[in-house]
Design a protein around this ligand. Structure first.
Ligand code: GLN
Length: 242
């Protein structure tokens, strides 16, 4: 962070914002401001260069063709790589998650190179599309409450040795590999299949991104009773007999 200003970069709202992904930017902005931080939000369209001096980068989900276009442009641009090299934090959802990996299957059925910022490879799932509610226990090392969300993807994502699963599903498919893992992360780059404005349902992840960006262990508390009520409702619904 320079000039005491937190720079939040939303990557390619014109291509990767199919599922209300703007919600993630709004939640990060709001929770930073609630802690008295000065926040600059930068929405970067796909015909603009990716700034390399951001603190937190958010990249959302999208349909297969926009996903390929976004991957091509991000590879050509190179800015996100440089930002990660500078220590930036990245949070990605669905198509964005696949793009951050080594490769995925594009809309033409071909292997498309990703950015290699996460040690994951995505393939096209042979089974039914993974659609539905997700309830997942976040990796113990992160020490955060369970995650709730919604998934909608055909891709199946395999983790390599330097990616840790973000969570283990109690309900839903997550990475679709059958081992119960959901999402992936390393020290600064995060990916999840939980759809769209996942941070609006899981502000504990927004706070994790802020703590990493600010290099602090704790943030001043906020009133989270609405989030907690929603989480408890979703957990109870997931546990109710069918
Ligand atoms: N196109 C990708 C898939 O279906 C990602 C979809 C999404 O972003 N929800 O696997």
């Amino acid at each position: 962070m320079s000039d005491n200003q937190l720079r939040v970069v939303w990557i390619y709202p014109d291509l990767l914002s199919t599922y209300g992904d703007q919600g993630n930017v709004l939640v990060v902005e709001r929770r930073a401001r609630q802690r008295g931080l000065d926040v600059a939000r930068l929405d970067v369209r796909s015909d603009q260069p990716i700034p390399t001096s951001g603190d937190i980068y958010l990249i959302g989900g999208g349909e297969d063709r926009p996903q390929r276009l976004a991957a091509e442009r991000l590879r050509r641009d190179g800015g996100l790589h440089r930002a990660v090299g500078n220590g930036a934090i990245v949070f990605s959802v669905c198509a964005g998650y696949q793009i951050l990996g080594h490769e995925f299957i594009n809309d033409l059925g071909q292997r498309e190179a990703g950015l290699g910022l996460l040690d994951v490879v995505s393939v096209r799932g042979e089974g039914e599309r993974c659609v539905g509610d997700v309830l997942a226990d976040i990796d113990q090392r992160l020490g955060l409450p369970p995650l709730t969300g919604f998934e909608n993807h055909q891709g199946v994502t395999h983790l390599g040795p330097t990616a840790r699963p973000l969570a283990k599903v109690r309900l839903g498919n997550g990475n679709g590999t059958g081992d119960g893992t959901e999402g992936a992360y390393n020290d600064t780059v995060f990916g999840t299949y939980m759809h769209g404005p996942v941070l609006a349902r899981n502000p504990q992840i927004a706070d994790l991104l802020l703590k990493l960006a600010l290099d602090v262990n704790a943030l001043p508390p906020t009133d989270d009773h609405w989030y907690e009520a929603l989480r408890n409702e979703r957990i109870a619904a997931a546990q109710a007999p069918a």
